[in-house]
Design a protein around this ligand. Structure first.
Ligand code: R5P
Length: 337
């Protein structure tokens, strides 16, 4: 079996380079730029005939200022170019799967953007998707091709354990009802208790805390989320938890998008530390000591290596917790304070 070919768009090239390095291959040669009229211009610059090709591209703003929609076009046109150049199988490696928030109609005349993304990826020629911590696991069902939904949890939990944040004096907090399952998995791994914040969204990108279930009084709280966009969810949750007596508040999230004023919001929040992974590149937060970025390149490199050699990907996450299993044993929430 020949080595996989790993190509990268512009949205998260440092991560793609790190993944390639860990796979002991160089990044595939490709021109990924724009014509003068701003249309995306792609040229694959090496032979890919009969090869297993991976395109690494997060659906996010790039460090070079390119927008989210540029990331989508680069990904699609790279897949198209590889297909037309006779690559044997093309996998879209999308560390952060953007356009995932609209995964259902919440009112009339809205699109289901996550499904549109799935449709165009498949039609363009992707034969497999590798991603991480989808906003909603059900998005896997929008595809009729295999989807490996990897987890950042082992990397984030290892960090918390090294920091000594892993006993029954810690409470893991889900900042909304949708994140309860994720928080349960963290609480189990960290031997900690669980609390849940119920939030309301009066309008997009605005939220209010409605209620907290579980005891946070006298404990260090770790809020676990899939993504940080405006930072509003975490800011409001942290305030509410501190008011209920938590001694300190830290947060971990897979995707640090940090949109708009998020960095300032989090800087002035009650949150002591904000830990994210590098599925989205740091663009505006590297100077703030409160922010920590962990690399998940090894997880992607391991997944690519296993896919190339037809080995199990779920084994990466241990027997106790499968990324595909939503029925893992659940710790009980602590008594309400
Ligand atoms: C919501 O369902 C997500 O899990 C995140 O909590 C949310 O997207 C974070 O957004 P923001 O940082 O804008 O509050």
């Amino acid at each position: 079996m020949s080595s996989p070919l790993v190509f990268s768009g512009n949205s998260n090239r440092p991560l793609a380079e790190e993944i390639a390095k860990r796979l002991k291959v160089g990044l595939g040669k490709a021109l990924v730029t724009k014509f003068k009229n701003e249309e995306t211009r792609i040229e694959i610059q090496e032979n890919v005939r009969g090869s297993e090709a991976f395109v690494v591209q997060s659906i996010c703003k790039a460090a070079n200022g390119n927008g989210v929609n540029d990331a989508v076009m680069e990904l699609l046109l790279m897949i198209d170019a590889l297909r037309r150049a006779s690559a044997s199988r093309i996998t879209a490696v999308i560390p952060y799967y953007g356009y995932a928030k609209q995964d259902k109609k919440t009112k009339g005349r809205e699109p289901i953007s996550a499904k549109v993304m799935a449709n165009i990826l498949k039609v363009t020629g992707a034969k497999r998707i590798v991603t991480m911590d989808l906003h909603a696991a059900q998005i896997q069902g929008f595809f009729d091709i295999p989807v490996d939904n990897l987890m950042a949890m082992p990397t984030l939990c290892n960090y918390l354990k090294k920091e000594g944040l892993c006993d029954d004096n810690i409470v893991v907090v889900s900042p909304d009802a949708g994140g309860v399952h994720r928080a349960e998995l963290f609480a189990k791994r960290l031997n900690s208790t669980l609390a849940i914040v119920f939030k309301r969204r009066p309008e997009p990108d605005v939220n209010e805390v409605a209620e907290i279930v579980g005891d946070v009084d006298g404990r260090a709280a770790i809020i676990v989320d899939d993504m940080i966009s405006t930072g509003g969810t975490l800011d409001k949750a942290a305030q509410a938890i501190r008011q209920r007596g938590a001694t300190r508040v830290l947060t971990v999230a897979t995707h640090g998008i940090f949109a708009g004023e998020a960095v300032d919001v989090l800087e002035s929040s009650a949150i002591e530390r904000v830990v994210v992974t590098n599925t989205v590149p740091f663009t505006n937060v590297s100077l703030h000591p409160k922010f920590v970025q962990l690399s998940i390149a090894q997880t992607f490199a391991d997944a690519i290596s296993r896919i190339t050699t037809n080995r199990s990907v779920s084994e990466l996450f241990g027997e106790d917790i499968s990324p595909f299993d939503i029925s893992a044993p659940v710790p009980k929430p602590a008594a309400v304070g």
